[in-house]
Design a protein. Structure first.
Length: 612
């Protein structure tokens, strides 16, 4: 029996479905049973629909239908999808499937016993299937990461075509119509499918930079980085304000070969050799599966969980940040961001975020510079750190090589005693002798985000996996520093405090503040106010309030469960003390994780304003 199809939404993208149904009907593969549409139909739609019923009530059209297609605005997907499933029909649901992760879970549960195909058209490309096979066979070598670049442009009419266009919500209902979750959603879904990480629990560590050049709610220039359950890093960098419009490209970085997938054109380029493939639409694939269940669905609802995890992160993220108008150009009915094409391409190629690439139009691009020390001074152990670090208003909040401790630099990790080797800098503390000259070790880069902490001869004692992330907050930004230390052999971590010097258990994550007048610096935690109350205590957070009359700022440090190391009078510094008053002993292969978050704000903020 020829499947009876009902289409909800015959305008906008739904028009493509209507045309496809007409073509399939001419082949005798489907029969159009009706169209649900709330707006007026134009001549083309009336011609295709003919005498078939048109109704604003989908449920009345679904009686006896085999397939219901929902191609309506995102915020209407859930109720219409429920109507299709409740009528006993199979469902083809345009992407994104639902506006919230909770809605997605509910739809998965409700769809039991019926087929639900999501309209991720890119997943029907045989170029995608071929690339997935090459990755699975190891032809590309070890997969180092996947990058997606997208440089499109949308004119003024794009944002006035519908009430939901460019909105995060509409009348209190989530819409999530941003560059990442709508026009470039295929890039995200395809990257996850290639990595075989489509499950709802297969995506972790979603970092977002949501920006907007236009006066809209949603993002139009954005970057995300995530890590899949397989350990693959995926970076998606996109804009709808491109200087030159190009088709999006997905890049698979392999240790042996590099593959470029032009997923809208079904082209695969491997080390410069191009291959072209055919494409099956979501509807044709659904029909083929109904005819022969051995034909797999390209995008079943359950396999969109990973994408929905990303959408939920976008939905719940702070509102996109406006790009400084100085970097915008009006180009007829378009708005272009100066230099955005180059940055987007570089992000996908190097798997870096806009902030890490120091994009001048990204609010996070200028807040922190990460890198190695550029100078060589006595008693300094060179190591990568963050300096300078700034508030969004441009106030520098880190110091470098101050006269009192020339080995201090910015925000980073420093270890005063690893098996007797000094990897902090300065002199070694010896009980009964004080600070005396000793062995200085060295830090070496062993891979992306990986460091080796070595003795003076270069023998690694600790390995470190490091991740530094930035994200926007309301009226501020947050730095998250994560270091995972792994012992090569037996390792003992000491500090002056663990060797008997009271109150000096420093060593671990450390932030050297700039030279400040102590009278303007106040440090407090749930335990009290001032250096004496906070130093050596454990607390969920420590607030630093700098009441400088010209450039005041506030920061809140949280995360560590180790005691806090605090200095305000002699100099200004904050740290988490790994070995406050006792050594830390690590067996070979044993790990120790340090995670610290710092929220930076311009101006003096009260405890109440910070919700502490």
């Amino acid at each position: 029996m020829t499947p009876r199809v009902v289409l909800a939404g015959a305008s906008g993208y739904g028009r493509l479905y209507l045309r496809e149904i007409a073509a399939l009907e001419a082949e005798g593969l489907v029969r159009l049973a009706g169209v649900c549409e709330v707006g007026a139909l134009d001549d083309e739609a009336r011609r295709i629909i003919g005498d078939r019923p048109v109704d604003a009530d989908l449920s009345t059209l679904l009686r006896g239908a085999d397939i219901g297609i929902v191609s309506t605005p995102l915020h209407t997907h859930v109720p219409l999808a429920h109507q299709v499933l409740d009528a006993g029909a199979h469902l083809l649901l345009e992407k994104p499937p639902t506006p919230t992760l909770a809605d997605w879970h509910g739809l998965v549960e409700r769809s039991e016993g019926r087929l639900v195909q999501v309209g991720f058209q890119s997943l029907g490309s045989h170029a995608v299937h071929r690339l997935a096979e090459l990755m699975r066979l190891g032809t590309l070598g070890e997969i180092r990461g996947i990058g997606v670049r997208g440089t499109w442009s949308r004119d003024d009419a794009y944002y006035t075509r519908a009430t939901w266009a460019g909105r995060r919500t509409l009348d209190g209902v989530p819409v999530v119509d941003g560059a990442l979750t709508n026009p470039f959603a295929h890039g995200i879904a395809t990257a996850l499918a290639l990595d075989d990480s489509t499950g709802v629990d297969d995506v972790d560590d979603v970092e977002l930079e949501l920006l907007r050049a236009r006066d809209i709610e949603a993002d139009d220039t954005s970057c995300l980085r995530l890590r899949t359950r397989n350990g693959t890093v995926v970076v998606v960098a996109v804009t709808l304000c491109a200087e030159v419009v190009r088709e999006p490209v997905l890049v698979v970085h392999g240790s042996r070969k590099r593959a470029e997938l032009h997923y809208t054109q079904h082209r695969l380029v491997i080390d410069g050799i191009e291959e072209r493939y055919r494409h099956d639409s979501p509807l044709r694939n659904l029909l083929a599966h109904l005819k022969d269940p051995a034909v797999p669905l390209h995008s079943p609802l359950a396999a969109t969980g990973g994408f929905m995890r990303v959408l939920e992160a976008v939905r719940t993220a702070p509102d996109p940040v406006p790009i400084d108008p100085a970097w915008l150009r009006r180009n007829g009915k378009r708005v272009d961001v100066d230099g955005v094409d180059h940055v987007v391409a570089k992000a996908a190629e190097h798997l870096r975020t806009f902030a890490e690439l120091e994009a001048p139009w990204s609010p996070l691009g200028g807040v922190a510079r990460y890198g190695w020390d550029s100078v060589r001074l006595p008693l300094v152990v060179p190591r990568p750190a963050l300096h300078p670090v700034r508030t969004l208003g441009g106030v520098v909040v880190t110091g470098e090589h101050p006269d009192d401790h020339q080995w201090h630099r910015g925000i980073g990790l420093a270890l005063p005693d690893v098996n007797g080797v000094n990897l902090w800098g300065g002199r070694n503390y010896v009980p009964g002798q004080g600070y005396v000259p000793g062995e200085l070790g060295r830090v070496e880069e062993s891979g992306p985000g990986e460091l080796a902490w070595c003795d003076s001869a270069g023998k690694a004692m600790l390995r470190e996996r490091r991740r530094v992330r930035r994200r926007m907050l309301t009226d501020g930004w947050e730095l998250e520093w994560t270091s995972v230390l792994t012992a090569e052999d037996d390792v003992v971590l000491h500090s002056p405090g663990s060797k008997g010097r009271a109150g000096a258990g420093y060593g671990g994550w450390f932030w050297r503040l700039p030279d400040l007048d102590p009278m303007y610096v106040r440090v407090h935690s749930p335990n009290g106010v001032g250096e004496e109350e906070v130093n050596g205590s454990t607390a969920p957070w420590v607030a630093v309030v700098v009441g400088d009359p010209v450039r005041p700022w506030t920061a809140v440090v949280s995360g560590p469960t180790d005691p806090w190391f605090v200095r305000v009078g002699q100099y200004q510094g904050i740290g988490s003390a790994l070995a406050w008053d006792a050594p830390v002993v690590l067996a070979p292969g044993q790990e120790r994780e340090i995670t610290v978050r710092v929220a930076f704000y311009d101006g003096v903020r009260s405890r109440e304003a910070l919700s502490l």
